[in-house]
Design a binder for this molecule. Structure first.
Ligand code: DX5
Ligand code: ZN
Length: 219
């Protein structure tokens, strides 16, 4: 049996925290996760939400929070996002100079009873993260360069998803495969066929007149 594709609307298109709180409340009946895009001006140029804001979101939704940390050297802050209410905390492979620290951080996320996510930028090959898959409950494949909503989907992503699915089968692993950036219903369908479990969507859902319908179309 094939599981239903899960849809995670992202917080990124919201202009401020008030807007964000209204947005997530409206998605309660429709979203599978709320994807919280955290940036602090060092991994990417923008500054978005903090752990305090994530907690505000947590207080307004029944939907589990999927926190995407676009932050360099996030080892010391993962605990703050778990305390804020995150179910999944995802860190970037590229954000760690010392990959032993990456392993330590993924283990810490699990030991604090959250799910560990490992994200890769479009320029990073799946083969590079093979040693870390055993510590990851989820792999987030970026299909745009992180930083902004509304960019064009990179086609090379489909092959990466396919490879991750194959590796999962070959090694009997059970990480979920999530894809983030530039996704519309056509692309979502193709990603599903290649093995994606969770689709993140910023602008497609946010800009839709009927957001419930947009989520349905992506699914
Ligand atoms: C990009 C963020 C994404 C973004 C996706 O840096 O990580 O989560 O919000 O937005 P769309 O779907 O508009 O590309
Ligand atoms: Zn994201």
């Amino acid at each position: 049996m094939v599981n239903k594709l899960k849809i995670a609307p992202s917080t990124d298109p919201c202009g401020n925290v008030d807007d964000l709180c209204v947005y997530v409340r409206k998605l309660n009946n429709f979203a599978d996760y709320i994807h919280c895009d955290v940036m602090n001006k060092n991994f990417v140029g923008r500054d978005t939400i903090t752990d305090k804001d994530v907690h505000e979101v947590y207080l307004r939704t029944l939907v589990p929070l999927d926190v995407h940390l676009m932050v360099n050297e996030p080892a010391r802050i993962v605990k703050d996002y778990i305390s804020a209410g995150a179910t999944i905390v995802t860190v970037h492979y590229e954000a760690f100079k010392n990959k032993n620290k990456l392993v330590k951080t993924l283990k810490e996320i699990r030991s604090r009873k959250a799910l560990s996510g490992l994200a890769i930028n479009p320029g990073t090959d799946v083969i590079e993260i093979m040693p870390y898959l055993a510590y990851s409950d989820l792999v987030l494949v970026m299909s745009v360069d992180p930083g902004y909503s509304g960019q064009k989907f990179l086609e090379s992503t489909c092959l990466k998803v396919k490879k991750l699915k194959q590796i999962r089968e070959d090694y009997g692993a059970n990480y979920l495969i999530e894809v983030d950036g530039g996704i519309n219903p056509d692309i979502s369908k193709r990603l599903r066929i290649n093995g994606a479990d969770i689709i993140v969507s910023g602008s497609y859902i946010y800009s839709a007149e009927d957001r419930a319908k947009a989520i349905d179309e992506l699914r």
